[in-house]
Ligand binder design. Sequence first.
Ligand code: ADP
Ligand code: MG
Length: 166
Amino acid sequence: HSPAPVRSTGLTVNSPEQMRELGRRIAEVLRPGDLVMLTGELGAGKTTLTRGLGEGLNVRGAVTSPTFVIARVHPPLGDGPPLVHVDAYRLGGGLDEMEDLDLDVSLPDSVIVVEWGEGKVEELSDDRLHVVIDRATGDTDDDVRQVALTGIGERWTAADLTALAV
Ligand code: ADP
Ligand code: MG
């Protein structure tokens, strides 16, 4: 069993508006069944990026920080996939618990975006797009973010992640 292929690129995002634009661009390459994992400290911009994903996927409902719910389903307004936005911070048991949530949606037909999912949701899919967001400096007032995009698995071998740069 050979290790999954990995493709990576790094880019700089200078503002919340650009982070949303990055989300819209990522949405253009997403397909039903895709898993996107978002990593970054509180305030890094994970939910801001997800807002852009929601805009790009044209789904219903405002994307907000899912802190007080584990998952929120955003149904499509058109004929695209639903967006399932998960805050795995409170998902102690990982995938089993997620299936127990009994979401009224088919996960293989959805785009699933997970904040804080590392070590918990990898088994949802052999393939995933991992987005790591870091503040560029130690200054919390600084709007500049470094974003590392890593496509893991066959799904992403042909993807041109560098074309997503805002
Ligand atoms: P997280 O979900 O990672 O906790 P949020 O997206 O909820 O983060 O919040 C990010 C905060 O940082 C927002 O208030 C946003 O306006 C601000 N911000 C400043 N610069 C950026 C940037 N380049 N990208 C994303 N958010 C930024
Ligand atoms: Mg958040």
